[in-house]
Design a protein around this ligand. Structure first.
Ligand code: UFG
Length: 345
């Protein structure tokens, strides 16, 4: 029987790109998603790129009985990559319990169902937000996990700990958390990409929507930080590069090569860019002018964070390859294709 990799949240932004990279690497994929923040049409995008339509189940991981029913009797799930979660930092501050219920209960149910059905390894979608504002930059994996700056960030910390303690308790499970920096861009085919509902929270979709005239003006949140031009610094990583890190991580687990049972890696480029540098690079890559205005700081934003990727480079043999310019161009091409598609429907 061909073994499959289960991707939870597989119709979402990073999940769908990871499904593509898994299929391209020769793996069979099954997707579970509740479609809360994504759409079935993503499956077509995956199929258009890979020539293969993954098995799909619309299941909410918080529905324990349905999740158990999915796993029961299936002997073909070799590993799980767990993306499904709420991810809006601001919303999590307004509705903390909604975030704890969804992001914690889902992982709890998933781990229990995996263990109950003999499914071993899990790769978890974590975030550099666990480091807060690091004391030293670039931030490596030895940096302490800081007091969370949002309930969302706290759910990432708790999830990591749940997986870690479960592995350390000797349960038949290996785990890797990938701590992403700022994922941006889209598949170069423009078949899949980031499709936030409503007003985007993140920088890149706000930029592409402003370029297309959907948003009138980008607000740059603060230029009084201690950086070269006063705007905050982030490590923007191409979503395809990021997706490939998941392929490497899940293969490492399936091949039994994770030495410590539970591991975590920083997944970034190792380079930091200010907000104004990103805007300038976008304008250069696409020829589009961005109407923007500097406004006050956004509460909760850290000043600068970028990754030391040495450990991921050496241990996983993984590295980010794509340039900022080609990544920004891919985001722009996706935004145009996506809007054209919506209009045509
Ligand atoms: N920004 C703007 N204007 C906008 C949106 C963002 O100036 O309209 C700026 C932000 O102030 C920040 C940078 O662009 O300096 C990046 O902001 P994003 O919202 O795109 O990303 P964040 O770095 O805030 O968020 C990321 C991850 C989260 C994680 C968080 C922790 O997306 O998952 O880091 O701080 F929780």
């Amino acid at each position: 029987m061909a073994k499959k990799i289960l991707v939870t949240g597989g119709t979402g932004y990073i999940g769908s790109h990871t499904a593509v990279e898994l299929i391209n690497a020769g793996h069979d994929v099954v997707i579970i998603d509740n479609l809360y923040n994504s759409d079935r049409s993503v499956l077509e995008g995956i199929q258009n790129i890979t020539g293969y339509r993954p098995e799909f189940h619309q299941i909410d991981l918080c529905e324990r009985d349905r999740l158990e029913a999915f796993f029961a009797g299936r002997k073909d799930i070799a590993a799980v990559i767990h993306f499904a979660a709420y991810k809006a930092v601001g919303e999590s501050a307004e509705k903390p319990l909604m975030y704890y219920r969804n992001n914690i209960v889902s992982t709890l149910n998933l781990l229990e169902a995996m263990i109950g059905n003999g499914v071993k390894p899990i790769v978890f979608s974590s975030s550099c937000t666990v480091y807060g504002q690091p004391d030293a930059l670039p931030v490596d994996e030895n940096a302490p996990v800081k007091e969370p700056s949002s309930p969302y960030g706290n759910t990432k910390q708790i999830n990591e700990q749940m997986i870690r303690y479960t592995v350390e308790a000797g349960n038949p499970l290996g785990g890797i958390s990938l701590r992403y920096f700022n994922p941006i861009g889209a598949h170069p085919s423009a078949q899949i990409g980031e499709a936030p509902q409503g007003i985007p929270n993140n920088l890149l979709p706000y930029i592409t929507q402003t370029a297309l005239g959907i948003r009138e003006q980008l607000k740059v949140f603060g230029n009084d930080y201690n950086t070269s031009d006063g705007t905050p610094i982030r490590d923007y990583i191409n979503v395809v590069d990021l997706s490939r890190a998941h392929v490497v991580a899940v293969e490492r687990l399936m091949n039994g090569h994770n030495r410590q049972g539970y591991e975590f890696f920083n997944i970034g480029t190792g380079r930091g860019h200010t907000v104004l540098e990103v805007i300038e690079a976008f304008e250069k890559a696409t020829g589009q002018k961005i109407n923007y205005q500097i406004v006050g700081r956004r509460p909760g934003d850290v000043e600068k964070v970028y990754a030391d990727t040495t450990y991921a480079n050496q241990e996983l043999g993984w590295k980010a390859h794509k340039t900022l310019e080609e990544t920004l161009l891919s985001a722009w091409n996706w935004e145009k294709a996506y809007r054209k598609n919506i209009k045509a429907q």
